[in-house]
Design a protein around this ligand. Structure first.
Ligand SMILES: [Fe+2]
Ligand SMILES: [Fe+2]
Length: 265
């Protein structure tokens, strides 16, 4: 039985650049955030959830685009193994979408939150105990380091929010990465500015963020962004039409408002 990466040293995992060391580091951070979430309520709970989303969505997006295709190439049962974690990722995306539309007093909030924590923990265990030791068996340490660099580059530029409609595997998710990442990061800036800026700016910045959210939904609903997906990770029906005008206007307004709030601060 292969040794879980949880019980291996940095040297055994291929050194600090190795994808296994980078993965483990993020998983440790996630574990600490989940413990923090356990005792958080109200606005503090929202704040911890945002930190969890900013960690797990780029992390998982980069796994789906860079790591799982390699697993499918080098392992006879790679298809089955990776499909299981893609389903977990899909469930996380859908649970976060539900939570985003829920108030703190919603009757099923606790159940949705509990399920989210359980799936995130399950995903980490599947990766550390099964997928990564199997990958480690089939590729060299040099390849683990090369994968570490590729995964890290994508992780730093990947979308930062839930995107349940987009395919969980290439080519759809790779095509979706750039436009969704730009929109997500503009939304992050608008939300940050709304929370830190002058009181009068809060409403317009929140409206900009919502507009970007709608634009993002339309982009991820384009049929091309769903190419390559497995039927078991499919979400609803796609919307039609590309609101490029709305995306551009929302982006320009967002950046302008952000620079104005910074100048006045
Ligand atoms: Fe992971
Ligand atoms: Fe994962």
């Amino acid at each position: 039985m292969p040794t879980s990466v949880a019980h291996q040293s940095v040297a055994q995992l291929g050194g600090p650049v190795s994808v296994l060391v980078r993965q483990k580091k993020d998983h440790v951070t996630l574990n600490a955030l989940l413990e923090e979430l356990d005792s958080a309520t109200g606005a503090a709970q929202d704040e911890v959830l945002v930190r969890i989303y900013r960690l797990v969505f780029p992390h998982a997006f980069a796994e789906e685009a860079v790591l799982w295709p390699v697993m499918r190439r080098v392992l006879a049962d790679g298809e089955e193994l990776t499909l299981e974690v893609e389903r977990e990722h899909q469930e996380v995306n859908q649970l976060v979408e539900r939570l985003d539309g829920m108030g703190h007093d919603a009757p099923d909030r606790e159940a949705v939150l509990g399920r989210l924590v359980a799936v995130l923990r399950e995903d980490v265990r599947d990766e550390e105990d099964e997928l990564f030791p199997r990958l480690q068996d089939r590729v060299s340490e040099n390849q683990l380091r090369a994968l570490g660099v590729a995964w890290e580059v994508l992780r730093r530029t990947a979308p930062t929010r839930a995107h349940p409609i987009v395919a969980r595997r290439p080519p759809g998710n790779v095509l979706a990465a750039l436009p969704l990442s730009v929109i997500d990061r503009l939304r992050d800036l608008a939300d940050f500015a709304a929370s830190r800026g002058q009181a009068g700016m809060k409403a317009p910045l929140t409206a900009v963020s919502r507009g970007l959210g709608r634009a993002s939904r339309r982009v991820e609903s384009l049929p091309i962004m769903r190419r390559g997906e497995d039927e078991s990770t499919r979400y609803g029906e796609s919307a039609s039409g590309i609101p490029l005008g709305a995306i551009t206007v929302a982006a320009v307004v967002s950046v302008t408002l952000w620079s104005l709030t910074r100048r006045r601060a």
